[in-house]
Every structure is written in structure tokens, then in C-alpha cells.
Design a protein around this ligand. Structure first.
Ligand SMILES: *[C@@H]1O[C@H](CO)[C@@H](O)[C@H](O)[C@H]1NC(C)=O
Ligand SMILES: *[C@@H]1O[C@H](CO)[C@@H](O)[C@H](O)[C@H]1NC(C)=O
Ligand SMILES: *[C@@H]1O[C@H](CO)[C@@H](O)[C@H](O)[C@H]1NC(C)=O
Ligand SMILES: *[C@@H]1O[C@H](CO)[C@@H](O)[C@H](O)[C@H]1NC(C)=O
Ligand SMILES: *[C@@H]1O[C@H](CO)[C@@H](O)[C@H](O)[C@H]1NC(C)=O
Ligand SMILES: *[C@@H]1O[C@H](CO)[C@@H](O)[C@H](O)[C@H]1NC(C)=O
Ligand SMILES: *[C@@H]1O[C@H](CO)[C@@H](O)[C@H](O)[C@H]1NC(C)=O
Ligand SMILES: *[C@@H]1O[C@H](CO)[C@@H](O)[C@H](O)[C@H]1NC(C)=O
Ligand SMILES: [Zn+2]
Length: 856
């Protein structure tokens, strides 16, 4: 957003002008060499207008681009570029920085060759500099690192292909994300960037940094990468607005306009598709669609449909036969136990694709209408199934349109790496649907105990550790105010601000039922008609699953409700807990404390909330115990009491918090308040190792991979008369890798690149201190690894794949030199009066801004 603002700043720059044009050189130059020379003994101010074009905020991407719906927001990105190019051409002193490749690319594709040549020239002369360069400027709190790396790769590739070296961004530009993760800084350092600029940091941190003159610093962004991960970081004086006195914009309203922190859908499955492309033998013409899909994360459905087409190839075992094309479908509404194809067919084939680099066991759950089923594996052997009635709480989800009242469960055991297994399913006669049992506990590989009086969980056993644990649901009432000051701020889309620090229990008791199946046992609890849960323990799994279901949140009592779940144990945790940074490294959190400044606690609850992209952990060193909750989506989380983990599940806020969206946070679907369903995976175990040989931290990595990069389930209707008829026509087992990679290595990316090359990213998935064995460095032999191709040569690139690693290292040395040595001296005549003020500490540009502000 704010697009026109900076466009307009450019027009104003024309009005101010730089009275002394620098010498034009014939040789094209970009990068630091193209900077204006500096004048010794003065504060040299370089004014560089920049874009801030949200790839979707109050309007859609295309509405922003074309400038439609200017009543919602006055923004039309295409015109920025049109006018910028003219203005830059008119004066070689002018500079402009462009950030978001999504818009730049859309614009570029629509230009005539003559304009393209002009733009090429401007990029080569350094007048038009591209920074950031990802498809969009991503949020940092809710994003998984895989999505971040993907969207950078996509943007940076377009830039490198189009503009070459001069179009390669060197600076990260994260001026609007709400807070900054260490992992993001680490990603920037691995992209080969020289620095990053930040807009929004905690207001107390900001005050402290400006007081102590440390808004610029070297950020060591990874414990594991050490020195290598250091990156120069600068915090902007005035978020992304011009400093006071520099607001030349005709639209300069000085009102706080903020951005949607949840703007990007977390979409790991985008991957589970690219691999299939890489493993099928398709020509570049087939990649076109993949390219379109890579660009926009929001086209989930078309992406899925497309994957469906591509994944056909590996199964067609015998090309000579005239085998009918299979129509692979996925159950997109499996989360509400709805799936047309499995409900309506008496026989179908289930194909489970495993995106991980090792064998995986996946639990298949399919909504069906029959009461007995036979499932055959790829050898034709019947496998164990379990048929469970679908709970009433799920049957009653608004908008559910399904005839199924039962779910068929079976285990897809040992699905090969980057491969699949198919299962032949047919309806039979009889009734295998389970009935609940009168019990107060479930004892599987892990166990749960239930308090019969309250119906709530009172203990768990995982990895042979018995832990007293209460789990319950509560809500906070949102604060209500007129938003005139922070103490009168309403809780809303941007702000979580409970009106009291003690949450309200949703129900003293829960109705419950227990099912004891041969694959999975279930405790089904109903707390109210809008809060329920299914707790699962598996025969062969060392975790407990909490499948929560919240909504429609009632607000007839005129209070907004922000619903949380709390896991309360007896661990002594000394105010300390750990949360993940973008799904990768863990960060230590201490209640009411910040490591770099003395915290003033103004919001007891919200001030201790942190992003939990995938995991929150507590440790008790006396008991030698770790307790972790893995999430299936980014959530806010904290530990407000020792031994306790709290996670925010769903929010309904009745008031706008006046930060930009102009509406309250009460989402509706099917005419009712939205219902949300999700899962937590609990793991606990001894800190120094478990019976299985791995540490509990290593187990968590394993489960996180299996859940966040979960196997894909495709369903195919089949005309084959029986299993044998199907099996002769189609491959039912396929492995993309000829052998599993070690447990601590994962293929993060495998996708067709250019000509006959592929982009392959391998990652070590453990931190250095997580497991004495698995944390060690590991060597992977790439020879004879892939079943459909072999690697002939490879070259290493930076993380973004837009520069050879060796070139980056060479260039970095060169750039460091330029940054550190002052180049030519040249007089710049243009000096705004204020900068001649000799009271100003000439070492500190932030002082300049402050003094200007004081005078206004
Ligand atoms: C992986 O699964 C296959 C069966 O699909 C099995 O033969 C193989 O031993 C397994 N490999 C490992 C490392 O567990
Ligand atoms: C906002 O509400 C507070 C507390 O009720 C009140 O003191 C203040 O005057 C109000 N401000 C405005 C601008 O209405
Ligand atoms: C919180 O909100 C509720 C409902 O609006 C109200 O009854 C209660 O007094 C508020 N509590 C505080 C501490 O403001
Ligand atoms: C839920 O229960 C409350 C009473 O406990 C009732 O007033 C309300 O109508 C019920 N809501 C639904 C959606 O059934
Ligand atoms: C189920 O998934 C769909 C599609 O992703 C989503 O729109 C819907 O909100 C989900 N339903 C629930 C109850 O979580
Ligand atoms: C972990 O430590 C405990 C006590 O410190 C010890 O009894 C146990 O044998 C250790 N387990 C392993 C797997 O090293
Ligand atoms: C890529 O690697 C090959 C050998 O593996 C080497 O000959 C070639 O110079 C490399 N290319 C670049 C651009 O680094
Ligand atoms: C970057 O683009 C240039 C062409 O502009 C190409 O030669 C080079 O191989 C690309 N670099 C990488 C790492 O793909
Ligand atoms: Zn923004």
C-alpha cells in the first residue's frame, strides 16, 4: 500500500532538483559505484524514493496494479513505473528503488521493446535499483521458511534473467512487516545480500536504539551459522515514511496506515507439485503453467488441479498399452470430513505421495458413506482398516455438504521417498463402524488419562514419561476503546489486547466419548456447542494429537472472544520457553523480559505472546524433561505461568482497532461466524534421549516434517474391474529416490530450472545442539540418487539461485571494499539549509532527523 505516496515523492524530487548534475560516464555502472559522491565534513543526504506496493492488502493484486476501486484505496501501481521511467530519463541524478517483483514483472511484460530498452539502461546505470526483489515483501511472523525461500527464488530469478548482474538485489527491504524474525535476517545473509532495512520494530526497542545510537548494527542471525550469518541491519527513522521535513508528497496525510500481518497464506503444499514436475518427463512447454502457479500463492485450487495432471506420468507404467488417463483428485475439504469422490464411489484408488527424502508413514482418513471397506496394498494384500463415526460437532459445521457420516482410516506405511504408494479400496458388506467404549484412559504407544468428573485430560504418557497435564479452553474478552491512544485501543485485526489478564474458562466440564481402534484411539470432547476437540493417540506414534474445533463464536453477549487452549503441566520452567523462528531455529523467550533492553511491561498477556510458526517448547532441567507443542499453522503463543503453554486458536473481535482495515475482526462463512479446525501435536521426553535413540528435539523435527510437509492423498475413480485389472495397467508403487537420505537431510526444493537443469536444495534439518548424532554434519552422495535422471554436473548458487556462490563471494569482497573506502570527492552544491547547522553531530544522521522534528 501507500503506493502513490512514493510515486508522488518522485514528482516532488523534480521540484527540488539537484542543482549540480554529476558527470555522466559512458561505461554503464550499477551497484555502489553508481552512488553520488559524498562531500567530506558534511552530512550527505541521499534522497531515494522507493516503492511500497503491497502485493494485495485492501484490494487484490490486480486491483492495485490497474488502479481499480480507488474509493477503497487510491493506488495504481502501473502508473508509478510509467512516471518513474520518464522522470529518471529526464535527470541522470535521480534514483529510484523498486522492491516488489510481482508488480515489476506484470508491468514489464506489458511494455513495448523501446521502453524495455530504456529500463535496461536505467538498471545498468544504477538509476533504477532493485532491492528486496522477492515476488512480494513477505510477512515474517507467520511464514514458513520454505515459502519465503520459494518466493525469493521466484522473484530473483526473473530479475537475473531479465537484467543480469545489475538487476540483482543486494539489500533486503522489509519496511512493513510487523516485527522481524531472526530467521529472515539469516535468509537474507544466505541470499548473499549486504544489508537489510527494517521499518517496524518494537516501540521500546526503537526508543532505546535511538537513545543509544544503535539503530544500525551487525545482526548475527543464526546460532548455527555463526559469523557467516552476520548482516548489516538498519532501522528506519520514521518507519517507511519520509523523515519529518522531507514529506514533499502532495498526498502526505501523515496518518498511520498499516498493513495486514496475515496477508500471505501459508502454503507448504505448493512444493509437494514442483517435485512431481521434476520427476515426470515433461518438456519446458509444460512448465509454463507451473511458472504461473509459482507466482501467486493464492491460486490454491488451480495449482492442485494442475498437479493432478502432471502426476499422471509416473504411474503409467507401460506406454505400449492404451491405458486410460487417470483423473487424480484431492479431497480439498477433508478438514470438514467432506469428499465427493470417496463418498460416491464403491471402488477407488488412493495414492499417497511422499514429498520427504525418506520413507514416511501416513495416516489416511477418508469420509465415506458405506459401513465396511476392503483396502488392498500394492501387492494386493488386505491391510488393517478402522471405520469411525464422524462426530456430531463435525457433521454440524456450517456449510458442510456431505452424505458421509463415517471415516475410513488406514495406514500408508513406508511410502518411498519422493514417491508414492497406491491402495485399492472397495466397499463391502457388513458393518465395521466402531462404537464408543466406557473407559477413562487410552493406552497406545502414548497414553492419555481422563478425569471422569470433568471429562478433561488429566495426564499423558509419551516416550515413557508420565506427566500430569490439564488441557482446557478459555477466552479473553477483547479490550474496547475509541483508539485515541494506546490505552484506549480496541482489540482487533492488528492488535491483540485482552481487557483483563485472566482468561475465562469456556466450560467447567466436557461431555466425552472414547473409541478404542486398532490404529488410533480417540477421546472426543464437547465443551460447548461451539468448542470441541478430538484427542488422538496412535498405536505406533510417539505423539498425541489435539484436533480442536472452535466456532461459530457466539457474541450475543456483546463481547468479542479470543479463544485459547492451555496445556498445563507440573514442569518447573523458570519463566522460560522457546518458540521457532519461521519453522527453523528455536529462540529462547523469557517472560516479561527482553534480552536487549529493560522491558516496561504494559500488556501482561499480549506483551508475552510470540509467533509460533510451527513449535513452542518448555524444558524442566531438574526433571530432565522437554515438552513441545507443534502447530499445523502459525499461531500466537506464550507461557504465562511456569509449566504452561498457551496458544491462540480463533478470534472474534467486535471493534475496529483503527490501524487500517476499517472493519472489525468477525469473519463470516455460510452466513455464520467462521468455524476453525486445526491440530496440535504434543511431544514430551527426556532431554538426553528417548527409548528410540533420538533426542526428543530430533523427534520433534521428524514430526514437524511429516506434518508440515504432509503426504498428499490423491483419489482416482477406476473403471478397472478389480485390483488385478488395475495393477496390470498402472504402477502402484514408485520411488523418486533410489535410496532414503539420512534422517537429518531433506530435499527442500527439486524443480525444473532452465533447459535441462534442475534446482536442488538440500537442507540439514537439525540445529547443532539438538541431537548428539543427528546434529553432526553429514555427507550426501548425489550419484545414482534419483530414479528418473542422474546428475551430470552441478554448480553451487546462493540460496536464491540467482548468483553462483563463487561469484557472490568474489563480489562481496569487492563490495565490502567499496563500502569501506570513500571514493572520489566531489562538491555537491545542493545543501538544504538545515543541514548546515553546525550544532549537528556530523556522525549521526538520526540526530539530524530528530532536530528537524524538534523544530517543527
Ligand atoms: C523403506 O520402505 C521400503 C518399503 O516401501 C522398505 O523396503 C525399506 O526397507 C524402507 N527403508 C528404510 C530405510 O526404512
Ligand atoms: C476516548 O476515550 C477515553 C476514555 O473513555 C476518553 O478519556 C477520551 O476523551 C476519548 N477520546 C476521544 C477522542 O473520544
Ligand atoms: C471487560 O469486558 C467485559 C465485557 O464487556 C466487561 O464486563 C468488563 O468489565 C471488562 N473488564 C475490564 C477490566 O475492563
Ligand atoms: C448453543 O447453546 C446455547 C445455550 O447453551 C444456545 O443459546 C445456542 O442457541 C446454541 N447455539 C447453537 C448454534 O446451537
Ligand atoms: C477447511 O479448509 C478450507 C479450504 O482450505 C477452508 O476454507 C476452511 O476454512 C476449512 N474449514 C475449517 C472448519 O477449518
Ligand atoms: C539421561 O539422563 C538420565 C539421568 O541424568 C539417565 O538416567 C539416563 O540413562 C540418560 N539417558 C540416556 C539415553 O542417556
Ligand atoms: C560449473 O561447474 C563446472 C564443473 O562442475 C565448471 O566447469 C564450471 O565452470 C562451473 N560454472 C560456473 C558458472 O561456476
Ligand atoms: C543470471 O543470469 C545470467 C543471464 O542474465 C545467466 O548467465 C546466469 O547463469 C544467471 N545466474 C544464475 C545463477 O542462474
Ligand atoms: Zn505494506
Amino acid at each position: 500500500m501507500f503506493t502513490l505516496k512514493f510515486c508522488a515523492l518522485l514528482w516532488c524530487l523534480a521540484a527540488i532538483g539537484l542543482s549540480h548534475p554529476t558527470k555522466r560516464e559512458d561505461k554503464p555502472k550499477c551497484g555502489y559505484e553508481s552512488c553520488h559522491p559524498v562531500k567530506e565534513g558534511y552530512i550527505n543526504v541521499h534522497i531515494v524514493p522507493h516503492t511500497h506496493d503491497d502485493v494485495g492488502w485492501l484490494k487484490t493484486v490486480d486491483q492495485y496494479y490497474y488502479g481499480e476501486y480507488s474509493d477503497i484505496q487510491n493506488a495504481g501501481v502501473q502508473y508509478i513505473l510509467d512516471s518513474v521511467i520518464d522522470s529518471l530519463e529526464n535527470d541522470p541524478n535521480r534514483r529510484f528503488i523498486y522492491v516488489e517483483t510481482a508488480f515489476l514483472w506484470k508491468w514489464w511484460m506489458a511494455q513495448h521493446d523501446s521502453i524495455k530498452h530504456k529500463v535496461q539502461r536505467l538498471v545498468r546505470s544504477g538509476q533504477l535499483e532493485i532491492i528486496g526483489g522477492a515476488w512480494s515483501m513477505n510477512d515474517e511472523a507467520t511464514t514458513h521458511y520454505q515459502s519465503i525461500v520459494d518466493q525469493f527464488t521466484w522473484g530473483l530469478r526473473r530479475l537475473n534473467d531479465t537484467f543480469g548482474e545489475c538487476g540483482r538485489p543486494k539489500i533486503g527491504w522489509q519496511i512493513d512487516p510487523f516485527g522481524h524474525s531472526r530467521e529472515m535476517a539469516s535468509i537474507f545473509s544466505q541470499l548473499g545480500f549486504d544489508g537489510i532495512l527494517l521499518g517496524r520494530i518494537d516501540y521500546q526497542d526503537k526508543a532505546e536504539r535511538f537513545e543509544t545510537k544503535t539503530p544500525e548494527f551487525m545482526w548475527q542471525s543464526s546460532d548455527n551459522l555463526g559469523e557467516k550469518s552476520k548482516i548489516f541491519t538498519g532501522v528506519m527513522y520514521n518507519t517507511y515514511s519520509p523523515p519529518p521535513g522531507f514529506c514533499f508528497d502532495i498526498l502526505c496525510l501523515d496518518e498511520p496506515i498499516v498493513d495486514n500481518p496475515y496477508s500471505y497464506e501459508y502454503n507448504v503444499d505448493k512444493k509437494v507439485c514442483k517435485q512431481l514436475y521434476a520427476l515426470t518427463d515433461l518438456g519446458p512447454e509444460d512448465w509454463v503453467d507451473l511458472n504461473a502457479l509459482r507466482g501467486y500463492g493464492s491460486y490454491a485450487t488451480s495449482r492442485r488441479n494442475h498437479c493432478k495432471l502432471v502426476s499422471i506420468n509416473p504411474t503409467q507404467q507401460n506406454p505400449q498399452l492404451d491405458v486410460p488417463e487417470l483423473n487424480f483428485q484431492s479431497c480439498l475439504l477433508a478438514n470438514i470430513s467432506e469428499c465427493k469422490i470417496t463418498e460416491e464411489s464403491d471402488k477407488f484408488v488412493v495414492t499417497v505421495y511422499n514429498p520427504l527424502s525418506r520413507n514416511v508413514t501416513h495416516y489416511v482418513r477418508l469420509p465415506v458413506t458405506g459401513t465396511a471397506y476392503k483396502v488392498l496394498d500394492y501387492n494386493g494384500n488386505p491391510i488393517v482398516t478402522q471405520l469411525m463415526p464422524i462426530s456430531n460437532t463435525v457433521l454440524n459445521i456450517p456449510g458442510r455438504m456431505s452424505a458421509s457420516t463415517v471415516e475410513l482410516i488406514f495406514v500408508a506405511k513406508d511410502v518411498p521417498p519422493l514417491g508414492f504408494l497406491s491402495f485399492y479400496v472397495s466397499k463391502t458388506t457388513g458393518n465395521d463402524v466402531m462404537e464408543p467404549k466406557r473407559l477413562h484412559s487410552l493406552s497406545y504407544q502414548s497414553q492419555i488419562g481422563i478425569d471422569p468428573d470433568t471429562g478433561k485430560v488429566n495426564k499423558i504418557k509419551i516416550n515413557d514419561q508420565l506427566i500430569p497435564m490439564e488441557q482446557d479452553f478459555y477466552y479473553y474478552r477483547g479490550a474496547v476503546g475509541n483508539n485515541s491512544a494506546s490505552e484506549f485501543r480496541s482489540s482487533g485485526a492488528y492488535i491483540f489486547r485482552p481487557n483483563q489478564s485472566t482468561p475465562i474458562q469456556i466450560s467447567e466440564t466436557a461431555h466425552y466419548e472414547l473409541f478404542e481402534g486398532s490404529i488410533v484411539g480417540e477421546l472426543r470432547q464437547v465443551f460447548t456447542n461451539w468448542t470441541s476437540q478430538i484427542v488422538r493417540v496412535y498405536k505406533d506414534e510417539e505423539f498425541i494429537e489435539f484436533d480442536w474445533l472452535v466456532g461459530p463464536i457466539p457474541v450475543q453477549d456483546i463481547t468479542g472472544k479470543e479463544v485459547i487452549t492451555v496445556y498445563n503441566t507440573n514442569l518447573k520452567t523458570d519463566s522460560t520457553f522457546y518458540t521457532d523462528s519461521n519453522g527453523r531455529e528455536m529462540l529462547k523467550r523469557v517472560r516479561d523480559y527482553r534480552p536487549t533492553w529493560k522491558l516496561e511491561v504494559n500488556e501482561k498477556v499480549a506483551g508475552n505472546y510470540y509467533p509460533v510458526t510451527s513449535k513452542i517448547v518448555m524444558q524442566d532441567t531438574d526433571k530432565n524433561l522437554e515438552f513441545a507443542v507443534l502447530t499445523d499453522r502459525a499461531q500466537g503463543g506464550t507461557s504465562l505461568e511456569d509449566g504452561e503453554i498457551e496458544l491462540m486458536l480463533h478470534r472474534s473481535c467486535l471493534h475496529d482497532d483503527a490501524f487500517g482495515v476499517g472493519e472489525n475482526l468477525r469473519e463470516l462463512a455460510f452466513g455464520k461466524a467462521l468455524v476453525a479446525r486445526g491440530s496440535h501435536y504434543l511431544i514430551a521426553g527426556s532431554l538426553n534421549g528417548t527409548a528410540g535413540g533420538k533426542t526428543v528435539a530430533a523427534q520433534e523435527r521428524d514430526i514437524a516434517q511429516r506434518k508440515l510437509m504432509a503426504a498428499w492423498t490423491f483419489i482416482t475413480e477406476t473403471s478397472a474391474s478389480d485390483f488385478n485389472a488395475y495393477k496390470t495397467q498402472y504402477n502402484m508403487r514408485y520411488a523418486g529416490l533410489l535410496r532414503s537420505l539420512p534422517d537429518n537431510v531433506q530435499i527442500l526444493t527439486l524443480e525444473p530450472w532452465k533447459a535441462d537443469t534442475f534446482l536442488l536444495r538440500l537442507e540439514h534439518v537439525l540445529e547443532k545442539s539438538e541431537d548428539p548424532i543427528l546434529s553432526q554434519p553429514v555427507t550426501v552422495d548425489l550419484k545414482n540418487l534419483f530414479s528418473t535422471f542422474d546428475i551430470i554436473w552441478y554448480n553451487e548458487t546462493t540460496l536464491g539461485a540467482n548468483e553462483w556462490l563463487s561469484d557472490n563471494e568474489k563480489n562481496k569482497e569487492k563490495y565490502d571494499k567499496i563500502l569501506l573506502t570513500k571514493t572520489e570527492k566531489e562538491d555537491l552544491e545542493w545543501q538544504p539549509n538545515v543541514l548546515n547547522d553546525n550544532e549537528i553531530d556530523s556522525n549521526d544522521i538520526y540526530d539530524v532527523f530528530q532536530r528537524i522534528e524538534d523544530r517543527m
